[in-house]
Unconditional design. Sequence first.
Length: 235
Amino acid sequence: MQDTIITDEIPVVDGGRCSARVAYPPRATTSPAVVLIPAIFGATPGIDAFAQRLSAQGFVVTVPDLFWRTLPGPLGYEGADRDKAQDRYKKFDVQKGVDDLREIIAWCGRDGFSTGKVGVVGLCFGGRFAVLAAAHLGAAAAVSYHGTFIGAHLDVLPGIECPLSLHFGEADTQAPMSEVAGITKASARNPNIEIFTYPDAPHGFMQQDRASYRPSAAGPAWDRGVGALRKGLMT
């Protein structure tokens, strides 16, 4: 198996099929699976690169298109595409997204190249779903990078039983430090949750193809996130 990306379709709720992009590790061995949920722009070339980088760490990485019901496919970061991305985000049904993600995680666990253990990594929009996967969907590990609206789910944080690694930029206006303070307080008694903040890092600091990319934050955040995945999926 080569470290390339293939396309697939995953049966989900309501009889639908969610398109996905799958990156396999370079060696043809069974590996833990990771679901990578991107920002509202979808599986852009930058997300493909992120998925391949994760697969090189020994994971089968699946990038589902959670917007398959409304406006599927990747969108650009600026102009009319940005407006379309914002619009589909505002109209997104979170509960249906969670229901779809449950089926996606189960599908990844059944993949012939998977060990059966599944983790979830979320960027921006996807961060909320990484947390909910850890809380409700049987994820064995989860990582959120500059995740939004996690503060709407503080009640689930005390009960999370798998490694959960949360990363926030201190200059992020979409996941502000006031919200991170609430997340930190709600997580304080749960040893499975680690929270990291990065000085001067804005929203989107992990994505190399965006102007918001900050290597000084992205480097340690990557290492810590991969460490959490390894702890939950490889031990």
